[in-house]
Design a protein around this ligand. Structure first.
Ligand code: PEP
Ligand code: MN
Length: 361
């Protein structure tokens, strides 16, 4: 449930409500909105829900207490109407600008990374990607250079000024990856690895959470909720394709998810047409499609010589292909940003997306 404070509630009244929530064994998360403070009551409320609601409603400074029909709370627009804007180095994600994360699937060598970093930077990328620890379907495939790759990524950041993003696969890798990287990526295979989600929720680095390839939007937001409720509000969602009956493309890129997410959550949304399609020639049209439906940015794999890549050879763009795609993305983004709906238009949009019928606290 959310406790909505009155417009002129004092700090002492906000504190009073928060200590009451703590005394009830629940956790309060407060957000100062444009006009008033909203406090989310998080935890297992059980059968005392109605009484708790009445007790909180009677406290000084409280305007209303509203039950929430959705299981995600801190990630919801009801809790925080304004878009979450994440600053990483010089890059800003979610402020209406176009974020472009680009770089190789795997960091293979210093030279390969530097050549790609220089190329994507010159073409307008804002964040450098590169896999250090690789989640491979086969245990016999290249598993990544690990810490050596993290060092190259840090050197590439020095060289280009671009912040870097790389995947973390296990809770015990979080500290080392956070030492080198600016953004931690959670891959599709780990979207519901709850101990990993909690571990990245405890570090001071933004997290990009990729959609599980078999996950519903609600499950995805619940995974984001794990990170935010563990203390890290800076989460970026990344649609990277889901598995359907279609086999022609590697996955099916769910573009519908982008406006649905903008409706349901304040978190920024990125699309990854490389993993979604698995085919080089499909990357540009789907990147354009993602930007056209309002994504805050794209993540694209780029390699100096994709044919020789140690992973995802078929989907990586060459540097010239990436450079050729960029003006199209910028043009579509310029055109679309004027049309992107006001995320605050909750009243006018149907409220039953993802209705699971599950009850909540
Ligand atoms: C990646 O981006 O390097 C990756 C492995 O992607 P996904 O988790 O979406 O497969
Ligand atoms: Mn890849």
């Amino acid at each position: 449930m959310f406790v909505v404070m009155s417009r002129n509630a004092t700090e002492a009244e906000v504190l009073g409500v928060k200590s009451h929530i703590l005394a009830e064994g629940m956790t309060p998360f407060d957000h100062q909105g444009a006009e008033r403070v909203v406090i989310a009551v998080v935890g297992e409320v059980g059968p005392r829900k109605a009484q708790l609601q009445d007790r909180l409603a009677a406290l000084p400074g409280v305007e209303t207490v509203t039950p929430i029909s959705r299981p995600f709370k801190l990630t919801s627009r009801e809790f925080k109407a304004e878009d979450t804007v994440i600053q990483v180095g010089e890059a800003v994600v979610g402020d209406g600008s176009l974020t472009v994360m680009a770089g190789p699937c795997s960091v293979e060598s210093r030279e390969q990374l530097f050549e790609t970093a220089d190329g994507v930077r010159a073409a307008g990328a804002t964040i450098l990607r590169g896999g250090a620890f690789k989640p491979r379907t086969s245990p016999y495939s290249f598993q990544g250079l690990g810490v050596e790759a993290l060092r190259y990524l840090a050197e590439a950041r020095e060289r280009t000024g671009l912040p870097v993003i790389t995947e973390v696969m296990e809770p015990n890798q979080v500290d080392i990856v956070a030492e080198y990287a600016d953004i931690l990526q959670i891959g599709t295979r780990n979207m519901q690895n709850y101990s990993l989600l909690q571990a990245v929720g405890r570090v001071a680095r933004p997290v990009m959470l990729k959609r599980g390839y078999g996950a519903t939007i609600e499950e995805w937001l619940m995974a984001a909720e794990y990170i935010v409720s563990s203390g890290n509000p800076n989460v970026i969602l990344c649609e990277r394709g889901i598995r359907t009956f279609e086999t022609y493309s590697r996955n099916t890129m769910d573009l519908t998810a982008v406006p649905i997410l903008h409706h349901l959550t304040h978190l920024p949304v990125i699309v990854d047409p490389s993993h979604a399609t698995g085919k080089r020639w499909l990357v540009k049209p789907l990147a354009i499609g993602g930007v056209a439906v309002g994504a805050d940015g794209v993540m694209v794999e780029v390699h100096p010589d994709p044919e020789s890549a140690l992973s995802d050879a078929e989907q990586q763009l060459t540097i010239p292909q990436f450079a050729e795609m960029m003006p199209a993305l910028v043009a579509v983004h310029e055109h679309v940003r004027a049309f992107r709906g006001d995320p605050g238009q909750l009243e006018s949009a149907p409220a039953d997306y993802g209705a699971s019928g599950r009850s909540e606290a």
